[in-house]
Design a binder for this molecule. Structure first.
Ligand code: CDV
Length: 311
């Protein structure tokens, strides 16, 4: 029996500062219903899908900062998404800014959850690779303050049994690190889902702007091929509060090929039926980890790179 998971990658266009959570959820509901009509088992939404990407802004007031976070999931404004998904029998992955109180301590994470078709919460992931800076850079056209507003995720890179296979999550900058894909593949992931907010320009290095799309695709394609897995990567695209963001929401097969990609910078759904058994072709041969990885020979190299100072 083949294991086909039909996945919808639901790209979001810009969200404005004045949009409410309910406005954002309303747009996600439109995409959820469209995904259901197109036969999806699972729909993947983007990173921080409920708000504009506020790490682009310098925010000093703590109450204002907190207002961009979710303290419960589902909460009053996201409950309709959970209800409708369960009614339609469709699963989803949702990225959001998480405000948690653990042992009386306030903690902030850039998180995503995976929900099965029956409404069951499968798992939660907290972003591990936080890009950017902690200090205000007033001369930049926009900030990149994830290091200031979020803690490094503390759940590692687990994979769960869901949707008939092994499913894992990562978020945005995690996709640029080979350790992400390898950790998830070693944990058993055959399908990896993620959202991203990627500006299409780099204020510090404008000479690299023309490489942004290439590097995005390079990471997804190499990650999928070298780890024999499907990757579904979903953008927040278009010009959001003055920040121009990459689209190119993509579904990538274990062959490393992009099999579906968005063509707009707005809300757009792409759908592909992913055959999870295709992962085995590569995992049994070229990337047979138990037979071919040479972990005992990697340790010396790792020890050396650990002491290389930054440029
Ligand atoms: N949200 C992100 O993690 N964005 C980063 C940008 C800032 C480089 C990314 O890796 O796409």
């Amino acid at each position: 029996m083949t294991r086909i998971v039909t996945v919808g990658a639901a790209q979001s266009g810009p969200i404005t500062r004045s949009d409410s959570r309910s406005d954002a959820v309303e747009r996600l509901l439109v995409q959820l219903r469209a995904a259901h009509q197109r036969g999806c088992d699972l729909v993947v939404f983007t990173e921080c899908a409920l708000t504009p990407f506020f790490p682009h802004w310098w925010i000093e007031d703590e109450a204002e900062l907190d207002s961009w976070f979710e303290t419960e999931m589902p909460g009053p404004s996201t409950q309709p998404l959970f209800d409708e998904a369960r009614r339609l029998g469709i699963g989803f992955c949702l990225g959001f800014a998480e405000l948690a109180f653990e042992d009386g301590i306030k903690r902030r994470f850039n998180s995503s959850i995976l929900v099965e078709r029956d409404g069951r919460l499968v798992g939660k992931f907290r972003k591990i690779h936080l890009p950017g800076h902690t200090e205000h850079r007033p001369n930049n056209p926009f900030q990149n303050l994830e290091k200031r507003y979020f803690e490094v995720g503390d759940f590692g890179f687990p994979a769960w049994n869901a949707f008939g296979g092994g499913v894992g999550m990562c978020i945005c900058n995690d996709r640029r690190w080979p350790e992400t894909w390898r950790s998830l593949a070693l944990a058993g992931a055959e399908l990896i889902v993620l959202g991203y907010n990627t500006p299409d320009n780099i204020p510090e290095y404008p000479e690299l702007n023309h490489q942004v799309a290439f590097h995005h695709e390079l990471c997804l394609q190499s990650g999928a091929y070298q780890n024999s897995c499907w990757i579904v990567a979903v953008a927040k695209a278009g010009v959001e509060e003055g920040v121009s963001q990459l689209g190119l929401t993509s579904i990538v097969s274990p062959t490393g090929q992009i099999v579906a990609q968005t063509s707009s910078l707005g809300d757009e759904l792409i759908v592909y039926s992913c055959d999870l058994d295709l992962c085995a072709h590569y995992r049994n041969e070229m990337f047979n980890f138990p037979a071919n990885r040479r972990v005992e020979h990697y340790s010396r190299i790792t020890n050396q790179t650990d002491v290389v100072p930054p440029l």
